[in-house]
Design a protein around this ligand. Structure first.
Ligand code: ZN
Length: 333
């Protein structure tokens, strides 16, 4: 029984096809003609000395995704891959402000991404995807890129329901106090824009509480809630769903055996299973279920994770009903 049906947490710039990216980097002169594929491949995996250093790896794919054609093709290729894998639905993280280095506006970058996902869904109608625009952590204060994040908010409002389903906050989580981003999420709430927040991924369980306090109904990772029972209780009390990415979380001290996913489930937390950055972790959604089965998770738990994903998806009620029907059909229910 396969379970890789829904991925609510994958980053476009972390999930590209490596060979495609290499060839596009050659074509654009981003790397010299004598750069071998092997050297380019190695550049994706810098030493992991600190949490902040992990984010330097995104420089490689982001160097490519700076014109409309490349953003379009990157998104098209990613959706094609996950459609061929057999996913029914995915929410793709995209930070428009990361694609303006060569003169694109955030809106031009987002429009190119949306055209790419749209074209792929036309060619591969078995899958539906939405983009979640990401606010970015960019320095030791939210002021550093406040203007860019506000622009992302406005764009999200404009394109909500037109290929964009909500917002996220991504980047190095421990840059500054989470509450500095509270005004942005307050504005999102007032505009009825759904949002999730990367929180409790990088060692700081208190961010889970802060993100919940800021109104998040979903958390990216959230796994460091295990630091304190009250953090887990807050997740349960506020009916928050976690977007867990087990392979990715190895970067922050877990292995498959020590990862808290089973503990969280046993305590009543709603969990979903996701890939995060398949290019860096060399995983796909099927792989996540494969390893989790190896460490003792059951088909029943996997089915529940997919049903949790249906309920937590940023879809309208009609779309959600359609997805629920497909998932139940898959399980013969
Ligand atoms: Zn993530």
């Amino acid at each position: 029984m396969r379970h890789d049906l829904i991925d609510l947490h994958l980053h476009i710039d972390g999930s590209l096809n490596i060979r495609w990216m290499y060839e596009r980097a050659l074509l654009r002169g981003i790397i010299t003609q004598d750069t071998s594929f092997s050297d380019y491949y190695d550049s994706l995996f810098p030493s992991r000395e600190s949490g902040a250093a992990i984010f330097n790896k995104f420089d490689v794919p982001l160097a490519v995704m700076q014109c409309e054609e490349d953003i379009h093709d990157a998104c098209y290729g990613l959706v094609k891959e996950i459609a061929e894998e057999g996913l029914l639905y995915a929410e793709l993280r995209f930070g428009p402000q990361l694609h303006t280095r060569n003169g694109l506006t955030q809106e031009e970058a987002l429009a190119a991404a949306l055209q790419g996902t749209h074209d792929a869904m036309c060619d591969y109608p078995s899958i539906k995807v939405n983009i979640l625009n990401a606010f970015m952590h960019a320095g030791n204060s939210a002021k550093v890129n406040e203007k860019e994040n506000l622009e992302t908010l406005q764009l999200t409002e404009k394109y909500l329901g037109k290929g964009v389903a909500g917002l996220d906050l991504a980047g190095y989580e421990n840059n500054c106090d989470f509450y500095e981003y509270a005004p942005l999420f307050q504005m999102a709430k007032e505009k009825n824009i759904p949002y999730t927040i990367h929180a409790g991924e990088m060692g700081n369980g208190e961010n889970v509480l802060k993100a919940i306090d800021m109104g998040a109904k979903r958390l990216g990772h959230g796994i460091f809630a295990i630091q304190t029972p009250s953090y887990i209780q807050a997740i349960i009390d506020h009916d928050v769903t976690l977007e867990v990415c087990v392979t990715s979380n190895r970067s922050f001290g877990f292995n498959y055996a020590t990862h808290p996913i089973r503990k969280l489930i046993s305590q009543g937390v709603k969990v979903t299973i996701n890939t995060d950055d398949g290019m860096f972790d060399l995983n796909d959604l099927a792989y996540e279920y494969f390893v989790l089965k190896k460490i003792g998770m059951t088909d029943e738990q996997f089915r529940q994770c997919n049903l949790n994903a249906v309920e937590a998806a940023f879809l309208n009620e009609t779309e959600k009903e359609e997805l629920r029907r497909k998932v139940l059909l898959h399980y013969g229910l």
